[in-house]
Design a protein around this ligand. Sequence first.
Ligand code: ADP
Ligand code: MG
Length: 292
Amino acid sequence: ATPISITTAAGRGAQAGVLIKDAEALERMAGVDTLIVDKTGTLTMGKPKLTDTVALGNLTEMELLSLAAALERGSEHPLAEAIVEGAEAQGSPRQEATDFEAVTGKGVRGRVGGRAVALGNAAMMREMELDTGAADVKADTLRADGKTAMFISVDGALVGIIAVADPIKDSTAQAIKELHAQGLRVIMATGDNERTAQAVAGKLGIDEVRAGVLPEAKKDLIDQLRRDGHKIAMAGDGVNDAPALAAADVGIAMGTGADVAMESAGITLLGGDLMGIVRARKLARATLRNIK
Ligand code: ADP
Ligand code: MG
C-alpha cells in the first residue's frame, strides 16, 4: 500500500465506520502486538437470549423466571434484558423487586414478595456463602455449549439455574483470522465463566482466555502486559470496560456500547464490527510508513 497522511487515514477510517480520536491513537495502533477483547458485546452480539430454566428446589420454572425477571428489571446488563424478555415471552407473572442491588461482574440481588433473591455467577453465590454443589454439573453442561449459566437463590437456598446464549457476531471469526495474519496475539478477557469462555474462544481460534475476570482485573492484566514490554489494544463495549480501555495503549470502543466506553477510547468502531480493528491497523501502518 502507498503511504498516506493522517488526515487521509482519518477520513478513510470514518468512511469505513472507524472513528479515530487523534494522531497519537493511530500511531500507537501501528505498534500494537496484542489485542485484548471483551467477550459479551464485543465478540458476541451482546444480545443474549434465554435458553434454559432449570428448577433444582421446590419452585417451578415459571416461578424462577418470575423472580429472576423481577430483579433483572433493575439491571442494565445485556444478560438482564435476555432474562426479562424471555420471562415475558413465556408469560411468567410480573412481580416487583425492592432493595435492588447490582454486584459488578457477579450478578444482582434484592427482595421479591418478601423473599431474599439473588441471581448471578459462582462468585456471587460464594460471596453469599452458598455452596453450588450438585448444581455445578448441570451448569457445566450448559457452559460447554457456550451458554452463560447463572445460579438463583431464594432465602439462602440454591433453587435453580438460568442460562442464556449470546450468538457470536457474523464478522468475528474472519476478523480474528485477519488479526492473526497481521501478527497480533488475541486474548479474550471476560467476566464470564471459564468453560463458557473456552467454548466461545475455541470456535474463534482465540489464542488465550482469561475468564472470571472482574473489570478492575482487566486493567491489571493490561498493566502487567505493558510492563512486560507489550503494546496493547483493548476492545470493549461496556461501562465496566472503561478503565481497561483507558489503560491500554489503544482503547477501542464498540459504537454500539456504552458512551463512557467511547469517551475512554482512542478508536470507536461504528456498528461494533470487529473488522474495523483490521481496517484501523492497516490504516495505522500505512500512515506510519508515511511519517517515517
Ligand atoms: P463480560 O466481561 O462478559 O461482559 P461481566 O463482567 O459484565 O461480563 O459479568 C460477568 C458475569 O457476572 C456474567 O457472566 C454473569 O454470570 C454475572 N452477571 C453480571 N451481571 C449480571 C446480571 N445483571 N444478572 C445476572 N448475572 C450477572
Ligand atoms: Mg461486555
